[in-house]
Ligand binder design. Structure first.
Ligand code: UDP
Length: 584
């Protein structure tokens, strides 16, 4: 038997102050008085040993499990790869729920709706986020057969989910996050588009409108389209597609909500259409899932694969090793996880979806001296992500040989085309890495830096101040570094208005708001081309951005093959997660 006690020879893990704050507040196991009973070293060992222990099902040698536990431990404690937060929090604990992303169905009956509320509460308690489509609910004022009364419509039920979420703090760790989706052809679509008009309304939900191909074509041709009652199939009204599209743009300009997803495109890439249609994503949009499906994510820190002198400055051999080990890790997570409902467990084990992604992308570009908003960065994005995606598929094939293919393989689109066998129905997803990037001390996901030096509001009003380490080093190397300068950068966030700094530094160290919106979008599209699931990306716009800018971004997202898009205009919400010195 594998002994999961931490070997005494383990080197203590070093984490920076920001990571320490986040970890001790939310990730470390606590005693009855709320005091942490573990540190970074014992936490990562708990996770590494619990995930490696799953290997025993496939390989009887205890040495194999111990060796793998050490490999997982090193992989995480060198911060080359981190699994999503629930895995770090719950692996090896009694709760044992390890996935970040869930989608639940909302059926058109009281029983089904309130089952959904209950199931969401159970998931939130375990640290997961939930997505729902409300498209199957009959519209407001439709007849209700059993009582002869009228229905209150999707929005009224959405508010119940929102309130329930408010009451369930996620096991004292994080508040439940939700995605609410409504199809653009639902009769209540206008009310849905306006649902977050008032600041603070439905604040436990991100909302996205599911756009169909038919709708997009009607926008293009300036035609009308039908609003269809979901329960009867009756056409209830016709709207001008372009007016609805413009309204979406207007609302996104006002507050960032709702976002949009391209539903037909998501379903075109559904690997298991025989098991049902995809109708929603997880809360941040990067993971489309079938009803009752869950997915665990993990992210590779690209900042750490930089190697001077290698092809394109990247240590490809090491990246390949990291991808293969990470895929094995994430596949083991599926077996190690205890799901809040049996039905979810069954669904997850049928498709075995995992979502390996990347973070630290902006940090890698800094080290390479490549501006984020450049053709060179786009080409490299494609190259890196294609490599990660291809290697993740190779790793999944290898696991299928060792452990068997995912049970729905034969009826999947891979099976139909004889591409496999694969162990996992999907392997890649690019997550926001909101907390993982703090723990890994790298830039988040594939986003540019919000500011070179900034205050980050996290957790109940606490504030963390950070400067980008590559930026600091570049200032030292160019002889420009001084405390006064760092103060100025912290105030301004960016360096483009600081006169005496060299132009090449200004070109490389660009921040989110200085990058033209279309470059944000092009970067999202570049990563999407080599990602099975979706890419979490916010197109950050300056406060001065126009509605036309947003219209163009939405249209570009459609044309460039993105699965959805989220925009945020600076200052358009009263609380922002990130802010520069000037704003805080
Ligand atoms: N998520 C959640 N609550 C949160 C943050 C995240 O439920 O407060 C879920 C949600 O499904 C999101 C996913 O976790 O899309 C990944 O988010 P992120 O990468 O930021 O999570 P991390 O692992 O860095 O905490």
């Amino acid at each position: 038997m594998f002994n999961s006690e931490m070997p005494p020879t383990m080197m203590p893990v070093k984490v920076n102050d920001n990571a320490k704050t986040v970890l001790s507040k939310r990730y470390y196991r606590k005693d009855g008085n709320g005091e942490p009973i573990e540190d970074a070293t014992s936490m990562f060992w708990r996770v590494a040993s619990a995930i490696a222990a799953e290997e025993a099902k496939y390989d009887k040698s205890p040495f194999k499990v111990e060796k793998l536990a050490r490999e997982f431990f090193d992989l995480m404690t060198e911060f080359k790869f981190l699994p999503n937060s629930p895995t770090l929090m719950n692996a090896g604990t009694d709760l044992g729920q390890l996935a970040a992303c869930f989608v639940l169905p909302v059926g058109d009956s009281m029983e089904e709706i309130f089952d959904g509320v209950k199931h969401a509460a159970l998931i939130h308690k375990s640290g997961g986020g939930t997505g729902f489509s409300f498209s199957r609910l009959r519209h407001k004022d439709a007849r209700v057969g059993s009582t002869g009364g009228v229905a209150s419509g999707p929005l009224s039920f959405l508010r119940i989910f929102n309130t329930a979420t408010e009451q369930v703090k996620q096991g004292g760790t994080r508040r439940g996050a939700n995605m609410g989706i409504l199809r653009v052809d639902h009769p209540d679509i206008i009310e849905f588009i306006r649902a977050k008009e008032r600041d603070g309304d439905l604040n436990n939900f991100n909302l996205s409108v599911a756009l169909t191909e038919k709708f997009m074509q009607a926008v293009e041709k300036n035609e009308e389209y039908d609003l269809v009652a979901p329960h009867s199939g009756e056409t209830k009204a016709r709207l001008k597609a372009r007016e609805v599209f413009n309204m979406l743009v207007q609302k996104a300009w006002e507050s960032g909500d709702p976002g949009i997803i391209f539903l037909d495109r998501i379903n075109r890439d559904n690997p298991t259409p025989a098991l049902g249609e995809i109708e929603s994503t997880n809360p941040c949009g990067e993971q489309p899932l079938l009803p009752y499906e869950a997915c665990n994510l993990g992210s590779i820190n690209l900042a750490l694969v930089y190697k001077d002198g290698e092809d394109h400055g990247i240590d490809w051999k090491e990246l390949k090793r990291i991808v293969h080990l990470s895929v094995r890790f994430l596949d083991n997570v599926i077996d190690a996880s205890r799901y809040p409902l049996d039905r979810i467990g069954e669904m997850v084990r049928t498709n075995r979806k995992i979502g390996l992604g990347v973070m630290g992308w902006a940090d890698l570009l800094f080290q390479l001296g490549i501006p984020y908003d450049s053709q060179e960065a786009l080409s490299l994005a494609e190259r890196v992500m294609k490599f990660v995606n291809d290697e993740s598929k190779a790793a999944s094939k290898k696991l299928a040989k060792e452990r068997g293919e995912f049970p729905a393989y034969k009826e999947s689109t891979y099976g139909q085309r004889n591409l496999g066998p694969y162990r996992n129905a999907t392997t890649t997803t690019i997550a926001p890495t909101g907390t993982l990037s703090i723990i890994g001390a790298c830039s988040s996901g594939v986003e540019p830096l919000f500011a070179l030096s900034f205050a980050r509001h996290v957790m109940d009003g606490e504030k963390l101040v950070e400067s980008n380490p590559y930026f600091k080093q570049a200032l030292i190397d160019s002889g420009s570094y001084s405390d006064k300068l760092m103060d100025e950068v912290a105030q301004k966030g960016s360096i483009n208005k600081i006169e005496h700094l060299p132009d090449d530094l200004k070109r490389v160290y660009v921040t989110a708001m200085e990058i033209e919106p279309e470059w944000h979008l092009k970067m999202q599209a570049a990563f999407q081309r080599h990602t099975d699931n979706a890419v979490s990306k916010t197109v950050n716009l300056p406060n001065s951005a126009s509605k036309e800018d947003i219209y163009n971004i939405y249209w570009m997202a459609y044309e460039q093959g993105c699965k959805g898009v989220t925009v945020y205009r600076d200052g358009s919400k009263s609380t922002q997660v990130l802010c520069t010195g000037e704003g805080s």
